[in-house]
Design a protein around this ligand. Structure first.
Ligand code: BGC
Length: 470
């Protein structure tokens, strides 16, 4: 249970907000590693160029004439009503967007909410099989939840957090545009995802228990969940398995939006910024390791921005850099282990663990290297490995910072809270501070911002959106 108005800021923010001196450890590598990795540094000049390009792409995505060919799609979500705090009721929510799938029941009351959830695994073969198989699995999990919670005799409104690119046609209608993050159920591309889900519920015989009220992206859910607490929330960001952001736009600027204005004149825009750079615009900061990641992915040439930032790829980028340094004799005495040679073997969670070591101490780093069968690593290897992790996570945090400053500028607001969720932001020990530091230097003078960890945006945001549809 959580109370409205309760502090929900990131743990590091709780200590203090903008005025706390930021102290991010910077490990000293050997000169050889420094030289081999120096390309991974993005300068403020790079980030300013990035911001210019992203702003141009946002305009292209929003305008009717340029939208069809745009890379950053800026899909209108049909969410026009930010939460008022008056939303009440009991809702079901589905959260589909990563290797885990969640079913939730949320009860909204005026100043607090309660939620229960169950997490189910999505077997790999269902992520890349037929749409029918995937959604039959979704319906089967929902069925288990309904039975467990004794909801068989109820009909509850449902919000569906579907975290893939979707060409939304209404709050409860959206066409599947493409798959990302390791999913590939190509046979249902172009289909209305709500209809696909509804048909699976019918096959399972549970269609009378739910009424699908809304489909939304996880970034929109995050924004809604955060706006329930903060009146200044105008941007939602996810840095997890994938990355994406959404923001509040004026309907007059969102030319692809064809809904009826509810009176507020605004609409949430799902930027789908993971695709930024797919036309080559980010080549000036992409590196050979980024090419390698892309080449070996399930969706080559697509989601290039996401592949530089998000949790699905971060560990692998580090692994490629470790191998490069080892090949040059600058790490592990020039000898990699067979574990380290294995693709995707360096998990993204290792990056967070290694950077969680106290400066100058390497306990986690040592444990990770032992897991990778690199038992003969020495102190200088530890420092070098940590430095490589820092370079990769810092690049990701800086790119997110530049992206957020661009969106904040686009809102035209002078004070903006950003709601954020996702495993990278949540678990990396310095990601938040890196973003605070970089955004403070990139933000337009006179604009005040705040970064807020949105607790369970996918669940609560779905309930709030379904509530707005009622
Ligand atoms: C998807 C987005 C989603 C993001 C974060 C991306 O791969 O395209 O729709 O918001 O991941 O989950």
């Amino acid at each position: 249970m959580a109370e409205k108005g309760e502090e929900f800021h990131h743990p590091s923010l709780r200590r203090s907000c903008l005025c706390r001196p930021i102290n991010i450890p910077r490990t000293k590598p050997t000169n050889e590693v420094l030289n081999l990795i120096k390309d991974f540094c993005v300068t403020d000049k790079d980030l300013k160029e990035y911001m210019k390009l992203l702003m141009a792409d946002l305009h292209k995505g929003l305008a009717k004439a340029t939208h069809p060919k745009s890379i950053v799609k800026c899909y209108p979500t049909y969410i026009q009503d930010l939460p008022t705090g008056q939303e009440v009721g009991k809702f079901l929510a589905l959260d589909l967007g990563g290797t885990n799938f969640r079913v939730l029941m949320i009860e909204l009351q005026r100043n607090h909410f309660e939620s229960i959830s169950t997490t189910f695994v999505i077997p790999q073969e269902k992520m890349v099989g037929s749409g029918k198989d995937l959604f039959d699995h979704v319906a089967a999990c929902l069925h288990i939840f309904i039975v467990e919670q004794k909801l068989e005799s109820e009909c509850m409104p449902l919000g569906f957090t579907y975290s893939f690119p979707l060409v939304q046609k209404a709050l409860d209608r959206g066409l599947i545009e493409r798959w990302t993050k390791g999913f590939k159920c190509e046979d249902i591309l172009g289909d209305d995802v709500v209809k696909v889900l509804q048909e699976a519920l019918i096959r399972r015989g549970i269609h009378k228990n739910v009424k699908i009220k809304a489909v939304l992206n996880d970034t929109a859910g995050t924004l809604m969940a955060c706006a329930w607490k903060s009146p200044y929330c105008r941007v939602g960001l996810i840095v997890g398995t994938g990355t994406n952001a959404c923001y509040v736009e004026k309907q007059q600027n969102a030319e692809m939006f064809d809904g009826q204005d509810h009176g507020g004149g605004i609409v949430l825009i799902n930027c789908e910024w993971g695709a930024f750079g797919d036309d080559g615009s980010l080549n000036f900061i992409r590196r050979p390791e980024d090419d390698e990641i892309d080449k070996n992915s399930i969706n080559p040439g697509r989601q290039l921005h996401e592949k530089m930032i998000s949790g699905m790829y971060m560990g692998e980028i580090v692994r490629l850099l470790l191998l490069k340094c080892t090949k040059h004799g600058a790490l592990f005495g020039g000898k990699a282990s067979s574990e380290l040679n294995q693709r995707d073997r360096f998990l993204t969670k290792y990056v967070s663990e290694i950077e969680s070591d106290e400066p100058g101490k390497f306990d986690n780093c040592k444990a990770v290297l032992e897991e990778l069968d690199l038992k003969n690593a020495n102190e200088s290897d530890y420092a070098n490995v940590r430095y490589i992790c820092e370079m990769v996570s810092r690049r990701a945090a800086y790119m997110c910072s530049a992206g957020l400053c661009t969106l904040i500028k686009k809102t035209g607001e002078k004070r903006v809270t950003v709601g954020i969720d996702g495993s990278v932001y949540r678990f990396h020990p310095h990601f938040h501070d890196l973003m605070m530091e970089k955004m403070s230097s990139l933000i337009k003078p006179g604009v005040v911002f705040d970064l807020m960890l949105a607790e369970d945006g996918s669940g609560r945001g779905a309930a709030l959106t379904a509530a707005s549809a009622l």
